[in-house]
Design a protein around this ligand. Structure first.
Ligand code: SF4
Length: 355
């Protein structure tokens, strides 16, 4: 089976996290608290960190939010991207107060002098920048030229904004060309990937709730990753922020691009199942969500496919008539009762990671 060959991109730093080049594909999320509420924002970022978030983003719609970054960055371990729209002074303030990256579109902030000032602040404070083009907010000139939002208009916008930063001798930036239309977003990223070597931040914007957003993101982000495109990603979900990170990792795991935490292979169950597979999987996901070490569990209902899947997993269980069989490193180890399956597997995982 051939591995995915990644596009060769430039590498930039978002705080301590490398993005692009041969760096692992980072998983991002965003807070939805008021950034000026330091306590609530720190608590949310800690929850994101616990499930493996590499970089988070906080909106900075006002000065209080930009100032709050100073205290927030002291209390968390992952770099923060300050999300700025229109007001270049907030970008400068965010850089001064600890933002590792500014999500700001040079095309939105007015004169070239303002762009110069933001770039100067980014250079002075070691900030990178994300140019974030969104299909839903393209400027009027491009909409008139192309007649409607489309991939070409998004790519043209992204390259124009990249040029504004290059003209200021600044290349520490990544680009996103997001759309809520999955096909349009795939097209835009493919075209942009062919037109430059900047690292690309992938995402389907306004993707929807947990189910819809997961499917759209898996298809959009997944299709691009399979092409080797993408250096960092955010799954946008109208759901708990931890879910965005978990789904991001699931996409990377499914493509063998990055592994974190316990991967559970489980069957859909049928009349042959020997125990309650669904309840077991739900319980295992809950009890093992804190594990960051990559491990595979096979949770299978019966002997039809159970031993085959368990053969490639670190640990597994396969349903039987009276008792079920526990597998360790692919080999049958011992019998286990229905009510002990979860405890036995959790114990095995915890022993392995503490060994
Ligand atoms: Fe049914 Fe067994 Fe297949 Fe699970 S592994 S779906 S229980 S046949």
């Amino acid at each position: 089976m051939e591995k995915i060959v990644r596009r060769k991109s430039r590498q930039i730093m978002v705080g301590k996290v490398a993005v692009g080049g041969d760096a692992p594909i980072s998983v991002q999320s965003m807070t939805n608290t008021l950034t000026s509420d330091v306590k609530a924002t720190v608590e949310q970022i800690k929850r994101q960190e616990a499930v493996g978030c590499d970089i988070t983003r906080c909106s900075c719609p006002d000065k209080d939010s930009a100032y709050a970054l100073k205290e927030i960055t002291k209390q968390v371990n992952i770099p923060i991207v300050a999300d700025i729209h229109f007001d270049y002074r907030l970008g400068i303030l965010a850089a001064e107060n600890g933002a590792a990256c500014l999500r700001i579109n040079p095309g939105n902030i007015g004169s070239s002098d303002r762009v110069k000032e933001v770039v100067k602040a980014a250079k002075d404070y070691g900030c990178s920048i994300r140019i974030g083009v969104n299909g839903g907010s393209l400027d009027k000139r491009l909409l008139e030229k192309y007649g409607e939002p489309c991939a070409d208009a998004m790519v043209e916008s992204a390259l124009e904004q990249a040029k504004m930063l290059e003209d200021n001798d600044f290349r520490e930036f990544k680009i996103s060309v997001k759309s809520s239309n999955t096909l349009m977003m795939i097209d835009a990223y493919r075209k942009l990937a062919a037109a430059c070597d900047y690292p690309l931040h992938l995402g389907v914007t306004e993707a929807g709730g947990l189910r819809t957003g997961t499917v759209k993101s898996a298809l959009g982000i997944g299709a691009l990753l399979m092409d080797g495109i993408g250096d960092t990603l955010r799954v946008s979900l109208t759901a708990d922020v931890e879910e965005e990170v978990k789904v991001g990792y699931e996409i990377l795991k499914a493509l063998d691009l990055r592994h974190r935490g316990v991967r559970i292979i489980s069957c859909p169950t049928c009349a042959r199942r020997g125990y309650d597979v669904q309840k077991t999987v739900e319980e295992l996901e809950r009890r093992l969500s804190h594990i960051s070490q990559p491990l595979t569990l096979a949770v299978m209902g019966c002997v039809v496919n159970g031993p085959g899947e368990a053969a490639h997993a670190d640990f597994g269980v396969c349903g039987g008539h009276d008792e079920n069989m526990l597998f360790i490193k692919g080999k049958p180890a011992r019998k286990v009762k229905d009510e002990d399956i979860v405890d036995e597997l959790v114990k095995l995982v915890e022993e392995k990671i503490s060994a």
